[in-house]
Design a protein. Structure first.
Length: 154
């Protein structure tokens, strides 16, 4: 093979390697889909339908119905009425902090903060991240199913 033909072959092979390499990089970056007219490709998995179907959670109560307190009884010096009132406040806090969609999404902490005595608000400071002790926060990258959360009633 002549030097000229060998040079053309080397250039051709390098060009093919370069084109394939650029194509692979464009595919991995998602730009190839746009060039091919496939711009509607999803980058997130769709939210599941019937998210709890076939799981042990399928029989758990939906939402706040799962937060069931034991029957009020005497606890130390506190009678059943006081225990029931305190239990109701704890239940309201759990519902606000663990089930409220706006709190879960990080949009607001107000439903949780409203359950505290107004006098204590001056002591509750911080960014939403710093107030993580007071609620459950779901990443904005996660799409939840439309099904209400389930809470074990045990």
């Amino acid at each position: 093979m002549s030097d000229r033909k060998r040079g053309n072959l080397i250039v051709s092979v390098l060009a093919v390697i370069g084109i394939v390499g650029v194509g692979v990089l464009m595919y991995q970056d998602g730009r190839l889909d746009g060039l091919l007219g496939r711009e509607d490709t999803a980058t997130e998995a769709p939210a599941p339908v019937n998210a709890f179907l076939g799981t042990t959670m399928a029989n758990w109560p939906e939402g706040a119905a799962g937060f069931v307190a034991p029957p009020p009884a005497q606890v130390g010096k506190y009678g059943p009425d006081k225990v029931a009132a305190f239990t109701d406040k704890v239940r309201a806090m759990l519902v606000a902090a663990r089930l409220n969609p706006d709190v879960l999404a990080g949009k607001t902490m107000q439903p949780v903060l409203d359950l505290y005595d107004p006098e204590s608000h001056k002591d509750i400071k911080g960014t939403p991240e710093e107030l993580g002790w007071a609620r459950t926060l779901i990443s904005p990258k996660v799409r939840l199913a439309a099904d209400p959360p389930r809470v074990p009633d045990r």
